[in-house]
Design a protein around this ligand. Sequence first.
Ligand code: C2E
Ligand code: MG
Ligand code: MG
Length: 457
Amino acid sequence: MEKQNRQMDVVDNSKQNTEAGKQELYLYSLRKMAEDNVERNKSPLTRLQNLRSFFYTGGEIIRENPKEQFALIAMDIAQFKAVNEFCGRDAGDALLAAIAEVFRELDAERPMTISSHARADVFAMLTAYQEEQELVDIVLRIKKVIDEFPIDCKVLPAFGIATAQGEQPAISYLKDCATMALNTIKGKFYASYAFFDEKMRKQQMMEKKIENNIVTALKNGEFALYIQPKVDMATGQIVGGEALVRWVDPNYGVISPGDFLPVLEKNGFVIDLDTYIWEQVFQMQSRLLSEGRKPVPVSVNVSRVHAFDECFCDTLCRLSEQYQVEPSYVPLELTESAFLWDEQGMYQRLETLQSKGFIASMDDFGTGFSTMNMLKNQSMDEVKVDQTFIRDLETNEKSRIMIRHTIRMLQELDTDIIVEGVETEEQRKFLLDCGCKAAQGYLFYRPMPWQDFVALL
Ligand code: C2E
Ligand code: MG
Ligand code: MG
């Protein structure tokens, strides 16, 4: 702020009695208060501003220099906690102080530049710039200090750089963008900095849009139930289906779950969405039964977030009763990640559901770390072999060996098997030769609106 050289310390006395004068005095005292705050809001360790006053000061700099181009650099150290633990807090503090010193040097050298020590190992700098190379040079200079710092730990800093394009952005937005870029490389030894780019911008817009619209979308029925048939590969007969959600947005068109589920998992809304899809499936099955038709089982996906949701057993049992549909018509697909947080609790909940007649199916088998252990410890009624398992079956002999033996093992364990993502005739033939009958894949059917699925039956 000193650098900004605000000449406001002396307020013209003659003005004090006029309306304009009073207003000016008022603004002056506000600014003075804010500046005092900035002083108080410096980290005692590094003498850099905390995030709040950084946002205030940086915001002022941007506002006062509308013609300049600004960038925000965010820095974070992977596993800084480990540095403190292994090398001691003093060494950790000394490292942070050394880092802060470069930031302060840069603040002094570069015009329209301000740095912040947000917390622990998180630093940020707002700076006016002309060429992107300047920003890279800043990053490399800070990194060099860290690399050369005498400490017995590998310290891996990551930098995210967000440049303001077009109109002047809010500094907090720039900080979000820089952090997003940073998170794409944090902890990766092969990259030390990343620029916020168009792809990330799109993803961020999508995340914001999803966060803002999800509640209305649920209310407006923008989530559609799609079903992908499961078939008997020998006869081509439809033996079941899997419920897959699609977001049909009036403006964006059909959005696939890979794009929006991660956001919903973050904010917990996936529970509402799953419940909605489950209910749709029960409703559909109930309608078929009431028409005197015999439905095939249509499985639903159970997000790992349900591991935190004590009610999820009750919800499923309630739906089964309410719609008078036997649980076996709605098998549950779970991935191993559902068991990561509360393994024992989740096993128990699953056992309760199985005792009520629900079928437990292990989704994406072969992609995780502990799917084998789960097979040992938990009775799974069905295993869905992931598509990555069979992807290269035509060209990779090892892949064929693994599939053959996996199927054999699952048969001996007496679990039903279904293979996902069957796309070619060769894959179909090979799997049939291995004794596997059920499959799901584009070779047979793509996911379709539930009405089409019902018509197909
Ligand atoms: P998943 O449960 O493993 O579902 C199979 C995915 O593979 C589906 O992608 C399906 O469209 C796709 N697929 C099927 N056959 C083929 C094929 O032959 N080739 C290729 N390349 N892909 C095939 P989708 O619909 O995009 O769903 C992705 C994932 O999103 C699902 O993986 C599931 O984990 C999750 N998901 C979908 N709907 C829901 C839902 O209602 N709730 C929850 N919690 N998760 C869901
Ligand atoms: Mg699934
Ligand atoms: Mg799967």
